[in-house]
Design a binder for this molecule. Structure first.
Ligand code: FAD
Length: 614
C-alpha cells in the first residue's frame, strides 16, 4: 500500500489529504503537524479577534478526530518534521510532547509548510505584548490579552492584508489604532493612487496612519509599550501586532537540499514536484510564476494552496494534472469598503516594460434609483496593441467581488477589453445597472483604442503648457465652487453647446467633471466641433487622489493624518441619530445630484439643525 506523508495540516496539506482520500481508499495517508491544531480557518482569525465570529469552535473546519474518522487519515499533531532522508525515503519527526524522535517511511512526501511572519531584528521585539498572527495559538494569545487586559491602544506594524484586517478588528473592539507602514501606501499590490482611497477610509474609521515610516525599537515602560519611529515620533500602546509580510517556511526543504529560489521558496514544476521526484510542495512555501508576465513570484493565498493541494493529490493518484499559473486575485474588507485586485498592477507593468494603457471609472454597483447604490472605483489595465487585459483594481462597497472575479475569469479565458463590452450580466435594479461596470470599463477602453476618446492622466496635468491650455470643469457651478482644479474655468455641461464661441480653438482643451462621465460627454461635443481636446481620466475624484499622493511626497516622514482628527470615532447609526435632525439619502444619485440635493436641503434648514447625508 502506498504511503503518502503530508507535512503541514492546514490549507494545502488538508486539501491534499481530503482529495487524495476521495480518489483512493487504498492509500495510507499521514499528516504531520507541528502545532496542536489542524484544518482551521486561518483567514477567519482576524474576525474571531474582532468578535464577528464568537464561537471559537467555528474556527475549526475539522478536528483531528473528525478528519481521522471521515477520511481515515493518520493525524500526528504536536509533531515536527525535522529532516528528510531522501535516499531512504524516511521523514524524521520529533514528537514535541514526548520529545521523542522517530522516522516515518514514505513513498510520496508533500510539503505544505506555509509561510512564517517576518519579525524584524529590532530591540524590544520580544516584549510579550508584541504579537504576530500566524496560527490559532497566536490568535488565542491576542484574544486573551483583549479580554483580560482590556488594552486601549494598539499599534499595527505593516499595512498588508493581515495588518489592515487586524486594524479593523481592534478598532471594532474599541481600541485606538495606529498603523505604521514603511511604504508610502498600504496594500502595496495596489497602485498608489488607488491606495489613497484605502487611506481615506482607514482615517475615516479612526485609524491613525504613519506611512513612509518604520519602527526602530520597542520599549516597555511600566504597562505601556513605547514604539520609536524612524522620524523621531514615539507612539504609546498597550499591544502591538507585527504584520510585516510573510516568508516561505522552508527550513525543512532547505536542510534536505531541495532546490529553492525567491526568498528561499521551494522550486516546483507544473505538477508541483520539487527537485526530488518523490517530494511535492505546495502553498505559501513555493515559488510560482504569474500567469501574465511569467515572472517568478510568491502568492501566499489560501485559494492557491487549496488548488495546488488538489493538483498534487490527483498527480499522486495517477491523474495527470498541472497547476495553472495564478493571477493572484485577492480581496479584502476594510471596514465597509471592499478592495480587490487581479493580475498585474501598473508598477509591475512599468517594471516589466509593457506597452499598456489604463482606464479609471466610478460606476455604481446597481441601479442608482434602487436603495443602497454606491459607487466603486475601477482601474483597468490593458495592452495597447491587442486590448489584452493585464490587471484590474477595484475599490468600493457592494459588488466589488463580482466584478473582480469576472475580470479574473476574462483574463484566464484570454478575453480582451473588446470582449468586456459584450459580457452578458444578469440585470435587475437591486443587482446591477443595465450596463455592468465591467461593460463600461470595456467601452471606455475600446473608445481609447479606437481614438474615440483621448485622455489625460491627473499626473500629466503638471507638465502641460498652461499658456496653451484651457481646463474646463463641466460640473455645475455649485460643484465647481466647492472644489476644482487650479486655473480651471466652469462651463456646466448643459451650457457647453451655447458657449463654444467663448472657447479658444487654438488651445488644448481639457475637460473634467466630478466622476468622468460629464467630462467625456463634453469631450465628444468639443471634438465634434473641431476642438483639440482631452478628457481628464477618472474626473476630479481621481485627481484628488493624485494630489493626496503629492501631499505625502512633499512631506517628510509620517505626517498622514491631514484628512481628519485621529481617533474620531466612526459614525454609528446611533450616534448619527442623536445629533442629526434631517436625513438626505444621496445614494446612487447621478452627478450633480448629491451636491444639488444638499444645497436644496441646506436652504430649508434652520440654524443649528444638522443633516446626515448617506
Ligand atoms: P498553512 O495553512 O499556513 O499551513 C502550514 C502548516 O504547516 C502550519 O500549520 C505549520 O505549523 C505547519 N508546519 C510548518 N513546518 C512544519 C514542520 N516542519 N513540521 C510540521 N508541521 C509544520 N489568504 C487568502 O487567500 N485570503 C485571506 O483572507 C487570508 N487571510 C489570512 C489571514 C491571516 C491572519 C493569515 C495568517 C493568513 C491569511 N491568508 C489568507 C493566507 C492563507 O492562510 C495561506 O495562504 C494559506 O494558509 C497557506 O496554506 P499552506 O498550506 O501553504 O500553509
Amino acid at each position: 500500500m502506498k504511503h503518502v506523508v503530508i507535512v503541514g495540516g492546514v490549507a494545502g496539506g488538508m486539501a491534499t489529504a481530503a482529495r487524495l482520500r476521495r480518489l483512493s481508499e487504498e492509500t495510507n495517508i499521514t499528516v504531520v503537524e507541528r502545532t496542536e491544531y489542524i484544518s482551521y480557518a486561518t483567514c477567519g482569525m482576524p474576525y474571531y479577534i474582532e468578535g464577528k465570529i464568537n464561537d471559537r469552535s467555528r474556527m475549526f473546519v475539522k478536528t483531528p478526530e473528525e478528519m481521522s474518522k471521515l477520511f481515515r487519515v493518520n493525524i500526528k499533531t504536536n509533531t515536527e518534521a525535522i529532516s528528510i532522508d531522501r535516499d531512504n525515503k524516511k521523514l524524521w519527526v520529533r514528537d514535541l510532547k514526548l520529545n521523542k524522535e522517530y522516522y516515518i517511511d514514505y513513498d510520496k512526501l508533500v510539503l505544505s509548510t506555509g509561510a512564517e511572519p517576518y519579525v524584524p531584528d529590532i530591540e524590544g521585539v520580544d516584549i510579550s505584548e508584541v504579537y504576530k498572527l500566524r496560527n490559532i495559538s497566536d490568535m488565542d494569545r491576542i484574544k486573551s490579552n483583549i479580554l483580560e487586559s482590556k488594552p486601549k491602544k494598539a499599534v499595527i506594524v505593516g499595512g498588508g492584508f493581515i495588518g489592515i484586517e487586524m486594524a479593523e478588528a481592534l478598532r471594532y473592539q474599541g481600541l485606538e489604532v495606529s498603523l505604521v507602514e514603511l511604504d508610502k501606501q498600504v496594500m502595496t499590490h495596489f497602485d498608489r493612487e488607488m491606495a489613497t482611497f484605502i487611506h481615506q477610509n482607514l482615517v475615516f474609521n479612526g485609524i491613525k496612519l504613519f506611512l513612509n515610516n518604520s519602527v526602530e525599537k520597542f520599549e516597555k515602560d511600566n504597562n505601556e509599550i513605547k514604539i520609536f519611529l524612524k522620524n523621531g515620533e514615539v507612539i504609546n500602546s498597550d499591544i502591538v501586532i507585527l504584520s510585516l509580510g510573510v516568508r516561505p517556511d522552508t527550513s525543512l526543504a532547505e536542510k534536505s537540499n531541495l532546490e529553492t529560489g525567491l526568498k528561499k521558496a521551494i522550486i516546483v514544476n507544473e505538477k508541483m514536484l520539487t527537485s526530488d521526484p518523490d517530494i511535492y510542495a505546495i502553498g505559501d512555501a513555493v515559488e510560482l510564476k504569474d500567469y501574465i508576465s511569467q515572472n517568478k513570484t510568491l502568492m501566499p493565498l489560501a485559494g492557491i494552496a487549496n488548488r495546488q493541494g488538489r493538483v498534487v493529490a490527483e498527480n499522486i493518484a495517477g491523474l495527470e494534472k498541472i497547476f495553472k499559473k495564478p493571477l493572484g486575485t485577492s480581496i479584502c474588507k476594510v471596514f465597509d469598503m471592499t478592495i480587490a485586485s487581479t493580475g498585474l498592477n501598473e508598477k509591475q507593468l512599468k517594471k516589466y516594460g509593457y506597452d499598456y494603457n489604463k482606464v479609471y471609472l466610478h460606476p455604481a454597483n446597481h441601479a442608482g434609483y434602487y436603495p443602497d447604490s454606491f459607487p466603486m472605483t475601477i482601474k483597468l489595465l490593458f495592452e495597447n496593441k491587442t486590448g489584452k487585459i493585464l490587471g484590474a483594481q477595484i475599490i468600493g462597497n457592494d459588488g466589488v467581488d463580482k466584478r473582480i472575479d469576472t475580470i479574473s475569469t476574462a483574463i484566464y479565458s484570454k478575453l480582451t477589453v473588446y470582449d468586456l463590452q459584450d459580457i452578458e450580466f444578469a440585470y435587475a435594479p437591486p443587482y446591477n445597472s443595465v450596463k455592468d461596470p465591467v461593460n463600461i470599463a470595456g467601452n471606455i477602453a475600446v473608445n481609447m483604442l479606437n481614438n474615440i476618446l483621448s485622455s489625460i492622466n491627473p499626473d500629466e496635468l503638471d507638465n502641460i503648457n498652461k499658456e496653451n491650455t484651457t481646463i474646463i470643469n463641466v460640473s455645475e457651478k455649485e460643484e465647481h465652487a466647492n472644489a476644482n482644479i487650479e486655473n480651471s474655468i466652469c462651463i456646466p455641461l448643459i451650457e457647453l453647446r451655447d458657449s463654444l464661441s467663448q472657447i479658444d480653438k487654438n488651445k488644448l482643451i481639457i475637460t473634467y467633471c466630478q466622476m468622468g462621465l460629464r467630462g467625456y460627454i463634453a469631450y465628444r461635443i468639443l471634438k465634434e466641433n473641431g476642438f483639440n481636446v482631452k478628457n481628464l481620466v477618472g474626473g476630479f475624484k481621481l485627481y484628488k487622489a493624485f494630489k493626496e499622493m503629492d501631499l505625502l511626497d512633499n512631506h517628510q516622514l509620517g505626517i498622514q493624518n491631514k484628512l481628519e482628527e485621529p481617533f474620531c470615532s466612526s459614525p454609528t447609526k446611533e450616534s448619527v441619530k442623536m445629533i442629526t435632525n434631517l436625513e438626505l439619502d444621496a445614494c446612487g444619485l447621478q452627478c450633480p445630484g448629491p451636491i444639488l440635493k444638499l444645497k436644496e436641503t441646506l436652504g430649508k434648514m434652520n440654524n443649528e439643525e444638522t443633516v446626515k447625508v448617506i
